[in-house]
Design a protein around this ligand. Structure first.
Ligand code: 5AD
Ligand code: SF4
Length: 460
């Protein structure tokens, strides 16, 4: 079902109060995880609003609570159960309260969630978001199912997800593809998000044009693996070029890319449209050791990755790089871990996200017998973060004295402070007012820290 096919019983002019639902019809969504989940929660809220529900900020005010949970790392299922446990009292006070679980955890656990925690009323998967209003409506029917589970992948259906965002502000996400076919041996995503599917290029352009009319200045094109994007013979670079030349958006970002698919055409496209495409690339390398990379099934070696970085830096001399790393992958030795540290030092990433390996259900690496013990993982994580921190302070010093173009997205009129992002994705603070929101302001950086740059507006 697409956004246009709101079930008739929930269309705006139909009876707004299904049997049993509290008249205030509040919806509370709790979101864990990546930008994809944040974007999905926004879609859920928009769909519920179209079905006459109202977003609320506190679970106490809700008739429907949804936990949209990520299962990429750590103990996601336990986290969901503990959050649901917190709602036991609310459920006692309000027998009409319905609690649902969504996202990768919903997809992964399906009916197990309801079996193990009877406070949960419904579960829906990553391909079933658009059915949410219908699922909820049925739960409130007198002869309804009582509990509901919808977690089937729609492999054969086209991927049509027009951007649904309530208050897009200055910057927003646009989903361009979903799923992943890479099956890295540590990763649950292919099992929780299904096979790769791309949206038609024209749909993406239409979305961006609508968003521009609503005041959006910057879009982040989203996908688990954006550079696998395909629409007939068009690839991700073609999509970027089309968004840059055929819409009036001022800035384009994207995430996440896979090193093995990062090619020269993409670098050339970014260079050609530098005025719009931000020179910021998030390129996870996961491990700096070729043998570990092979066991991870990443499809590239340390040398391949470094060659790609060289190609990127050559084509985009001012590029800002960020990455994801896993420490303590099964079998990783101290020497192999040291290769990761040396790769971090060699490339000089401005931002690094490092994680301790966590075995995930269904994945190949979870069955490897040489799991690394927790103490070693923890100590490697600390060492890696320390190595990067020392470097990060040095790297950002280059910004001091530079003039950056900042897209203002926040203002505190009481203190006269405003903040926004530079094209390099740096958080920049300076003096201004709410009249600056949505504007691109030139700012000279006076002081640079790894997470924030402080500056002064350059008067023209
Ligand atoms: N354990 C630890 N980190 C993981 N990631 C993905 N799967 C796992 C796992 N099983 C990390 C990778 C990925 C990021 C989104 O999460 O670094 O790039
Ligand atoms: Fe997971 Fe690998 Fe796919 Fe990224 S490319 S989503 S790490 S399987």
């Amino acid at each position: 079902m697409t956004q246009c096919e709101i079930p008739p019983s929930l269309a705006l002019n139909s009876d707004p109060t299904p049997t049993g639902v509290r008249p205030d019809r509040g919806v509370f969504i709790s979101t864990y995880g990546c930008q994809m989940n944040v974007n999905d929660s926004e879609r859920m809220m928009s769909l519920m609003e179209m079905a006459n529900f109202t977003p609320v900020d506190r679970p106490e005010d809700a008739s429907v609570i949804i936990i949209n949970a990520c299962s990429v790392r750590e103990k996601p299922v336990q986290k969901v159960y503990s959050e649901v446990g917190l709602y036991r009292k609310l459920k006692k006070e309000n027998p009409f309260l319905r609690i649902g679980v969504a996202g990768c955890v919903g997809q992964q656990e399906k009916e197990n969630l309801i079996k193990n925690q009877p406070l949960i009323d419904f579960v829906f998967g990553t391909d079933n978001i658009d059915e949410l209003p219908l699922i909820v409506a049925r739960l409130y029917e007198e002869d309804g199912p009582g509990k509901a589970v919808e977690a089937r992948f729609k492999h054969r259906e086209p991927y049509h997800v027009e951007t649904l965002v309530r208050n897009p502000g200055v910057s927003t996400f646009v989903n361009i593809m979903k799923g992943c076919d890479n099956f890295c041996s540590f990763c649950i995503v292919p099992f929780t998000r299904g096979r790769e599917k791309s949206r038609p290029l024209q749909h993406v352009l239409t979305d961006v044009r609508h968003l521009v009319k609503r005041g959006v200045r910057e879009v982040t094109l989203l996908g688990q693996n954006v550079n696998s994007y395909r629409d007939d013979d068009m690839d991700f670079a073609d999509l970027l070029a089309a968004v840059a030349t055929q819409t009036d958006i001022q800035r384009i970002r994207y995430t996440t890319s896979h090193p093995k698919d990062f090619n020269e055409k993409l670098v050339e496209t970014m260079a050609k449209h530098q005025n719009k495409i931000c020179e910021y690339i998030h390129l996870p390398f996961q491990s700096g050791n070729t043998d570990v990379l092979a066991r991870m099934n990443r499809g590239y070696s340390r040398e391949d990755y470094l060659r790609k970085i060289e190609m990127i830096k050559k084509g985009l001399p001012d590029v800002v790089l960020s990455t994801d790393i896993i420490v303590g992958f099964p079998g990783e030795t101290e020497e192999q871990f040291n290769d990761t540290v040396s790769l971090v030092e060699e490339v000089a990433f401005e931002t690094m996200f490092a994680f301790k390996y966590s075995p995930r259900p269904f994945t190949k690496a979870a069955r490897f017998e040489d799991q690394v013990d927790e103490d070693a993982k923890q100590s490697r994580l600390v060492r890696l973060i320390e190595a990067h921190e020392t470097q990060a302070f040095e790297i950002v010093k280059k910004y001091e004295g530079q003039v950056l173009e900042v897209l203002v997205d926040r203002a505190e009129d009481a203190t006269g402070k405003v903040s926004g992002r530079s094209t390099q994705n740096k958080n920049v603070h300076f003096l201004g007012s709410s009249a600056d929101i949505g504007k691109l302001v030139p700012v000279r950086v006076m002081k640079a820290f790894p997470n924030v740059l402080r500056g002064e507006r350059v008067m023209s």
